[in-house]
Design a protein around this ligand. Sequence first.
Ligand SMILES: Nc1ncnc2c1ncn2[C@@H]1O[C@H](COP(=O)(O)OP(=O)(O)OP(=O)(O)O)[C@@H](O)[C@H]1O
Ligand SMILES: [Mg+2]
Length: 553
Amino acid sequence: MPALDPWVIYDHPIRSKNDKGVLVDKPIWTPHKGQLIIANNYTTNQVLDAGRRFGKSINGAKKLLPEAFVAKSLANQLKIDGLRREFWIVGPEYSDAEKEFRVIYNDLRALGVPFDRPGTYNDPIGGSLHISLWEGTFQIHGKSSKYPEQLVGEGLCGAIMSEAAKQKEIIWDKFIRPTLLDFNGWSFHSSTPEGKNHFYKHWQFGQDPANKDWASWKMPSWRNHFVFTEETVDEHVYRLVELSRQNPGASIYSLAEQHRLIIDSKILGMINDSTPESFLQEIAAEFTEFVGRVFKEFDEETHVTDLVFNPAWQTVGAVDYGFTNPSVWLLVQLGPWGEINVLDEIYEEGLDPTEFAAEIKRRQLNPQGLHFFYPDPADPAASQILERTLGIRAKAGTGGELNNRLNHIRKALKTPRTVIDEHSIDLEETGLYEGETRPQLMFDRRCARTIQDFLNYRYPDKKEETSTKQQELPMKKDDHGPEALGRMFAGIFGSYAKPGGARMHKANFSTRSRKEKEKVQAVTPKSPGFMRPALHERTGTDFPKVNKRTRRL
Ligand SMILES: Nc1ncnc2c1ncn2[C@@H]1O[C@H](COP(=O)(O)OP(=O)(O)OP(=O)(O)O)[C@@H](O)[C@H]1O
Ligand SMILES: [Mg+2]
């Protein structure tokens, strides 16, 4: 951006009504303390992790205002060169982008800047959010990342990623970042956090002092004194959250009074209503895992496709018992390199164990070669019925901490495996191709209810939703598919957090001596694609899309 002092514009007075409805002249923007730090920073890529109502949208929109005047000073030259200065506001939905859009639109109007007509449209419902100035040489477009086909552009001078944590990683990586390269464009990513996803990764870039291209901040909602008008001491907020954890039944207001804590009353109200984890994420902007979706990594386009039964792979069952709750049987195949394919499900309410076993038989979900299943250990009588009726054996070691099972599943959703061509199956049917990466854990689309669970299984947000004092446990709802699968993970991998890493089931280890192994490796060197887990496979979410039937992005 050519040298220009943005404060000349921010401090420019505009006439507007004050609290009492009287027309007064006031500066176009008086940032609060938190916003001021960001407004005085000129790093190319900025990441603002802030609580709800912090003023993130205003912060982003104000970055665009000086740009309009920079473009004015360059307009003639831009016209001669056939160029324009274009900026995008990208939100998960148009209604998100519209928040920033509305602020910049109103500012320009208040300053009497003439909009190009045609060229300027303000229609969030129809998806037209365009500002055009100076005969088209300055453009702002509001976009929704739900429609990536509309994110194809070239030569952006700046991009605002609004509610960045709620957008997919691919949106920035594949659509926005490349378009900023031509003109050294800037980016501003603002959001409340969503666990430790890609937004957290960008935030970490900004925390690295050696990384000069990125700057980042973490700011709680109460920095915005325009909304949270009473004094708040940061440390007191954290102390109160801790006190509320230790005294689950106690009144937040009495605790605050007893300990003489200085906290804005609106913030107190939010601590009172939310679980500590939800408050820490939404208001204190902490990167916590225990809010929202349990399986944030699960994505229908990546983890769901048409899988095929592979006769060469091991086949097992994974079980969660229920009667009023559904009984769940998952037919799972385990590949030689740790691949886990969930091929089919029985997910039905009202079945007693005998009917459940009969249903598995009727649907032929106990194919030849299936010798074991992984059940909930709490119902050994039901397991005996399955064992007898189906002639299979229940595996032990399927209990333990729920968080252990969840961590195993999360890891398998993120861990890559290279797709290997196998004679016995036609890969094309699956949408997977030899040499591509796939997540370790995948589902066939027939597992409709388990897939729904993976999407809907959540941590509680509000206190009244907690059935337990331990708020880091998910709600007991939409959990039957994950419960069944979790039993299998516990049975195979054991405890997640044991020193030295996860314990593998003994049978998975070769009994060959080390010397023998070295000998074999020496004569048959593996191509990189066949090494597991390979160094070139970084744990991440950049898997190819295999589920062409889902429309969501
Ligand atoms: N500098 C400011 N001066 C006056 N009011 C401000 C300022 N910054 C923010 N506000 C007010 O604070 C409120 C929240 O602002 P904004 O919508 O930008 O926050 P946000 O962090 O994007 O919120 P959300 O989490 O809901 O998206 C709005 O009412 C806005 O007018
Ligand atoms: Mg906002």
